[in-house]
Design a protein around this ligand. Structure first.
Ligand code: SF4
Length: 290
């Protein structure tokens, strides 16, 4: 690397394509890096890297309505105006409340107010492979895009404090706000895809999202031997769009076994998939250093 902190996000169009397997192996192969698990809705990098938490805190995102019982005259205006059926004259359903504030305005007695609540935790941890920022979103909580931004900020601060050269980001699948927050302003995206029609469609959507942020795209095909025709289509797609195809990994049972043993694949067993990931990392690190 060239002295500036670089950021790489590994993404996929949907869950289960092998994105975290690849990222965990990169964590074992790369030097001077911090990991950021930005798949906050379904975080699982910690299952492989087994972090020890050294710092943590609440994430305050959403607002919900809170009632002052002393002021409430049970007018029922809150219940009448709430479009989300989240409030009655006696109860507030915290999971249903969208924090729109309508009841606050409607209450003739000023008995309601909005309060910001904790909707998850962020963590800074140590792993055998370096520091890692991650998070856990409370059940049914939203604002996950902002939590991703917070996780990235923790990782970037750690890189700056410790003089690390790279932030390795496990992005969220899909094209929602968490996926977008994990991609914005990074130096490169690696799309891990599978040779299925839905895999190709999902890949095209995340490529479009990367294009929106002006992030250069590279591609890695996982389970490439499962459908030769679709693998050829992905190859053609990369050529047409001038995306570098970093490798074609065959299907291999040891991928699941490594996850079950909580070890990055490259440290679990040598084989074609491990070799493919090593080559992909070697090329990526060259590109990030350029
Ligand atoms: S803040 Fe909005 S969603 Fe929540 S209880 Fe009040 S009116 Fe309903």
């Amino acid at each position: 690397m060239n002295g500036v902190v670089k950021q790489l996000t590994v993404i996929s169009g949907k869950g289960g394509t092998g994105k975290t397997t690849v990222l965990a192996s990169f964590a074992a192969l790369a030097e001077d890096k911090v990991m950021a698990d930005c798949d906050v809705d379904a975080a699982n990098l910690h299952l492989v890297l087994t972090p020890t938490v050294v710092e943590s805190g609440d994430f305050y995102g959403a607002q919900i309505a809170v009632r002052d019982a002393k002021l409430c005259q049970q007018s029922g205006e809150c219940e009448r105006y709430c479009r989300f059926d989240a409030i009655t004259t006696t109860d507030i359903d915290e999971l249903a409340c969208e924090g729109c504030g309508m009841c606050v305005v409607a209450c003739p007695n000023g008995a309601l107010r909005l309060e910001t609540v904790s909707c998850g935790q962020w963590y800074l941890s140590e792993t055998d492979y370096g520091p890692m920022a991650h998070a856990r979103l409370s059940p049914a909580a939203e604002s996950s895009g902002r939590l991703v931004t917070m996780v990235r900020q923790k990782a970037e601060d750690t890189a700056a404090e410790r003089g690390l050269a790279l932030v390795l980001i496990d992005g969220a699948p899909g094209i929602g706000c968490t996926a977008a927050a994990a991609l914005a302003d990074v130096d490169m995206a690696l799309v891990v895809t599978e040779p299925t029609l839905s895999g190709i469609h999902d890949m095209e959507r995340v490529v479009e999202l990367s294009g929106h942020f002006g992030v250069p795209v590279t591609v890695l095909i996982n389970k490439a031997d499962l459908n030769a025709e679709n693998t050829r289509r992905i190859r053609d797609y990369c050529v047409e769009n001038q995306f570098e195809l970093l490798g074609e990994l065959p299907y291999d049972e040891s991928v699941t076994e490594a996850m079950a043993h909580q070890v990055p694949l490259v440290e679990y067993r040598d084989g074609p998939v491990t070799e493919g990931i090593r080559q992909a990392w070697s090329r990526l690190s060259q590109m990030l250093s350029a």
